[in-house]
Design a protein around this ligand. Structure first.
Ligand code: ZN
Length: 91
């Protein structure tokens, strides 16, 4: 099993997934999310950290960490659509 979406912001990964299951255990990629800037395995390993990080990021205006990957017209509406990717256990 792989998690294809950032637990914090719902960013959709096409490869290098943030979390991958190996022998029944989830392992993080340790990469930085291009959208919210969280480190997978550090900022998103606990539900409490996920919620705090998300709240802080949204309150700062949900800036895209890697500007080259930012969709055109990144706005609150696009954010709301992206947040729907997040599994209920991380909300
Ligand atoms: Zn993210």
């Amino acid at each position: 099993m792989k998690e294809a979406f950032c637990r914090i912001c719902g960013f959709p990964y096409e490869d290098n997934f943030p979390w991958t299951e190996i022998d029944g255990k989830m392992y993080p990629s340790r990469e930085i999310c291009p959208c919210c800037g969280a480190e997978h395995g550090f900022d998103d390993d606990l539900k409490s950290s996920v919620i705090v990080y998300r709240q802080n990021w949204i309150s700062k205006g949900f800036p895209f960490d890697v500007k080259e990957k930012q969709p055109k017209d990144w706005n609150e509406q696009k954010l709301m659509v992206q947040l729907k990717n997040i599994s209920a256990e991380w909300l």
